[in-house]
Design a protein around this ligand. Sequence first.
Ligand code: SAM
Ligand code: SF4
Length: 332
Amino acid sequence: MTITERLVDSFGRVHTNLRICVTDRCNIRCFYCMPYEGVRFKPRRELLTFEEIERFVRVAARLGVTKLRITGGEPLVRSELPRLIAKLAAVPGIEDLAMTTNGMLLTQQAAALQQAGLQRLNISLDAMREETFERIARRRGLDQVLAGLAAARRQGFCRIRLNTVAIRGLTEEEIVPLATFALQHDLELRFIEFMPLDGERGWQKDLVLPGDEIRAHLEAEFGRLTPAERPDPSQPAVDYRLSNGGRIGLINPVSQPFCSDCNRLRITAEGQVRNCLFSTVEWDARAILRGGGSDDDVAALVRACVGAKKPGHGIDEPGFLRPQRAMFQIGG
Ligand code: SAM
Ligand code: SF4
């Protein structure tokens, strides 16, 4: 496959990574993401079809995108998802196909996803205690997530990571149990700082549990953390090794933004292309895909989106504006 022109923004960042949101629906209601009630989901006809997503990805791959991550909402509530996975796995140029999921439906779907060509999984796991899980997710389900994780491990996915959103007042007690669990099962664990993308708009800076504090909790239990090698400079996590061999990542978008290395693009479930989680502008790929536009038109739109990318998210800047969309409507 010939790459026509790479997606380089005005700060020299080369975009090779696309996150695809396949639905805004979800089977739980994490307070840092979705409102508890009254969510108005997009009607099905507004979502990109699998064929439209595939076409968009073919164009993106022509522009140098090599890595895809399927996300949502909860991607596993989109029906027939393995059919999309199979289509994307077959796109020339795509080297890495991963998914982020809350794991609730993995017991039923892990096998079909892997057979369709899904390579890697990130499973969100915020707590090892049902009570904390429920306070965050506003639904029961920890056992179901753990069963889903076990099913994925049995299926032999090459790499499974656990993601934990760190919230002050809730996560402190979970840090050591989560790290112990990850160690026991030989899984990587990453803590992510809570970002101002919650649908209830309850985010406050003092609810962010910074990566440095998590590190201190871990060191008090496991001894000194040593920085691990960083094979991919655009990865958002700073990885550490524990003295007993485990690996822990800290993703600190609030306390230590990593925007200068960001190589990510996103497309929402209704086909709006975004150059940042915090973008307040979107580029309407669906209008082109459904309006008879050519692949070159799609490519031009993606280039325009990348070209307009700002140097950083600006959370700490005085004029910071939260995007209208919450995390579940963007695709985390
Ligand atoms: N439903 C799937 C899940 O939870 O894994 C995929 C979508 S979810 C929006 C993707 C990731 O974003 C999850 O790891 C979730 O914990 C994280 N996330 C959601 N809201 C967040 C926020 N406000 N700040 C930081 N991470 C957030
Ligand atoms: Fe659903 Fe994932 Fe958002 Fe939680 S973080 S409400 S699981 S989309």
